[in-house]
Design a protein around this ligand. Structure first.
Ligand code: DP6
Length: 324
C-alpha cells in the first residue's frame, strides 16, 4: 500500500470564473484571479491499495456518493500518469462548512491531487497535475498555489501561476458565515444553466478579459482601492448572470445583502475593505490588516451572522505525510 496526506486551503476569486468552454474537460470559459486563504483547511489522505475493488471516498466521516464520479475521474488521470492500476481509499476532512460557497471543492481536489500524486511517486512540479485538479473542480488548480493566483486559459487547457506570495501583500479575509447548509444548486450545474439561459452570460464573457487584465495590474501595484472597486463589480456582474438564469440562481440570503451594505458603508467611511460572494450566502470581506478588527466587529453585529472565520493569505497545497 502507498499513501500520502496533504493539506490544502480554499481560495476565493476576486475576478471570478463562471461558465465552461468545454464541459467534458471542465475547461473554464474565462480566466480568474484568486487569493488562497490560510484560515480554512482540508486534510486528505489517499491510499492506493491492491486489495480494493473500487475507489472509496469518506468525506467528513461519511461516504460521499455524489462526489464519486469526479473522484474516479481524478484518480484515473493520476493512475494514467503513473501507469498504475490500484484503486484508492480517500479520506478527507474540512474544518469549515462543506458545499456552502466556501470553496470546499477547490481545497478538496487540490489536496486529493497532491496527496494522490505523492502516493504514486509522481513529480509534484508536473504541470499536468493542474489538469488533474481541474477535472475535480475548475477552481481547484488555484489552491495548488499560495497568495495571489492567476488562472489563464491556454489554447488546449489552463495555466496557473502565483502573482504575489502571501507576504508580498498580506491582506486579511473575514468570512461571515450566514448558513451552514449546503447549496441547492451546485456551481457545476448552475454554470451550465447560466450559459444556456442568461441573456447576460455572453456580455459577462465578453467583458471578462478586461477585468482580468486590470486585476493583474492592480495586484502588481498593490492598489487596494482600485482592486476593491473592480472585485465588487466583477462579483456583482457574476451574480447578475446567476440571478437572470432560468430557473434563477439566488444564492443570497437577506443577511448576505445586509453584510454587503455594512461593508459598503465601512468603505465609504474610509475603512479599506471590500466584499466578494460566491455560489452561496457567505460573505467574504477582504481588507488591509489594520482594518481587520473594525471589519470583524461590524460584521459580528449583523443579525443572522452565525460566526466569523478570520485569517490571512495561505500557501499552496502541500504534503504533510507520505510513504509513496
Ligand atoms: C462562484 O470551481 O466550484 O466560486 O469547476 O464546476 O467544480 P466546477 O465549479 P467551481 O466554481 C467556482 C465558482 C465560483 C467563482 C470562482 O471561484 O472563480
Amino acid at each position: 500500500m502507498s499513501s500520502a496526506t496533504a493539506l490544502a486551503h480554499p481560495n476565493i476569486a476576486l475576478i471570478k470564473y463562471w461558465g465552461k468552454r468545454d464541459e467534458d474537460g471542465n475547461l473554464p470559459a474565462v480566466g480568474s484571479l484568486s487569493v488562497t486563504l490560510d484560515a480554512l483547511r482540508t486534510r486528505t489522505t489517499v491510499s492506493f491499495d491492491s486489495s480494493l475493488d473500487r475507489d472509496e471516498l469518506i468525506l467528513n466521516g461519511a461516504v460521499a456518493a455524489t462526489e464519486q464520479p469526479r473522484l474516479e475521474r481524478c484518480l484515473n488521470a493520476l493512475r494514467e500518469l503513473a501507469r498504475r492500476r490500484d484503486y484508492a481509499r480517500v479520506e478527507s476532512e474540512n474544518d469549515f462548512p462543506t458545499g456552502a460557497g466556501l470553496a470546499s471543492s477547490a481545497s478538496g481536489y487540490a489536496a486529493l491531487t497532491v496527496a494522490g500524486a505523492a502516493a504514486l511517486g509522481l513529480d509534484l512540479r508536473d504541470p499536468q497535475l493542474e489538469s488533474v485538479a481541474r477535472i475535480g473542480s475548475g477552481s481547484a488548480p488555484r489552491s495548488l498555489h499560495g497568495g495571489f493566483v492567476l488562472l489563464e486559459n491556454t489554447p488546449s487547457g489552463t495555466r496557473c501561476r502565483a502573482l504575489l506570495a502571501p507576504a508580498d501583500w498580506p491582506l486579511q479575509v473575514v468570512v461571515a458565515v450566514t448558513s451552514e447548509a449546503g447549496k441547492s444548486t451546485s456551481s457545476r450545474d448552475g454554470m451550465v444553466d447560466s450559459q444556456r439561459t442568461s441573456p447576460y452570460y455572453q456580455p459577462w464573457v465578453d467583458s471578462h478579459p478586461a477585468d482580468l487584465a486590470q486585476g493583474q495590474r492592480l495586484v502588481a501595484a498593490r492598489d487596494f482601492a482600485g482592486l476593491a472597486a473592480l472585485a465588487e463589480h466583477n462579483c456583482l456582474k457574476m451574480h447578475a448572470v446567476m440571478l437572470t438564469t432560468r430557473p434563477p440562481l439566488m444564492y443570497w440570503l437577506p443577511v448576505t445583502l445586509a453584510c454587503m451594505q455594512v461593508i459598503s458603508g465601512l468603505r465609504r467611511d474610509g475603512v479599506p475593505v471590500f466584499f466578494t460572494i460566491d455560489a452561496g450566502p457567505q460573505v467574504k470581506a477582504v481588507c488591509l490588516p489594520e482594518a481587520t478588527a473594525t471589519v470583524a466587529e461590524a460584521l459580528q453585529q449583523v443579525p443572522g451572522v452565525l460566526r466569523l472565520l478570520t485569517g490571512g493569505l495561505g500557501t499552496g497545497a502541500r504534503i504533510i505525510d507520505s510513504n509513496g
